[in-house]
Write a protein that binds this ligand. Structure first.
Ligand code: I3S
Length: 132
């Protein structure tokens, strides 16, 4: 149960379906990439990748955690975001997110417009937690 004050802090900034894969787990490079489409939510400085892409708008926007299990949650504090260099993936529009615990994720969408709004939102989230 979340209190009204917690509710206020946890404002949803963005949600949608993205392709993502984890490439490094706390400093250890994973041997294989497993891209999957995943419902992704950015709120309260945390980026959450759900297991599948089905947990969407029908209530999933407000309380996604009650409807599906998060697969990865990435704290944006101390994280960094860049466009992935070409050698990281042959796909287009790929972002690379590094978390403070030394894990890395690739995030991709075929639409440049969509990935750009995610880039902006995540970068803004990082900046708000770590003002320059
Ligand atoms: O870094 P890699 O090995 O080129 O990544 C590709 C593999 O993960 C591949 O899986 P299989 O090895 O099971 O085919 C994926 O299907 C590809 O999408 C990965 O490459 P891209 O360039 O799409 O990230």
């Amino acid at each position: 149960q979340t209190s009204p004050s917690e509710e206020k802090i946890k404002t949803l900034e963005k949600a949608g379906v993205l392709h993502r894969t984890k490439t490094v787990d706390r400093g250890k490079r994973l041997r294989k990439k497993h891209w999957s489409a995943s419902w992704t939510v950015l709120e309260g400085g945390i980026l959450t990748f759900f297991k599948d892409s089905k947990t969407s708008a029908a209530g999933g926007l407000r309380q996604p955690s009650k409807l599906s299990t998060p697969e990865y949650t990435v704290e944006l504090r101390g994280a960094s975001l860049t466009w992935a260099p070409k050698d990281k993936s042959s796909k287009k529009n790929v972002l690379e997110l590094r978390s403070r615990d030394g894990s890395e994720y690739l995030i991709q969408h075929d639409s440049e417009a969509i990935i750009s709004t995610w880039h902006k939102a995540i970068a803004q989230g990082i900046e708000e937690l770590d003002p320059p």
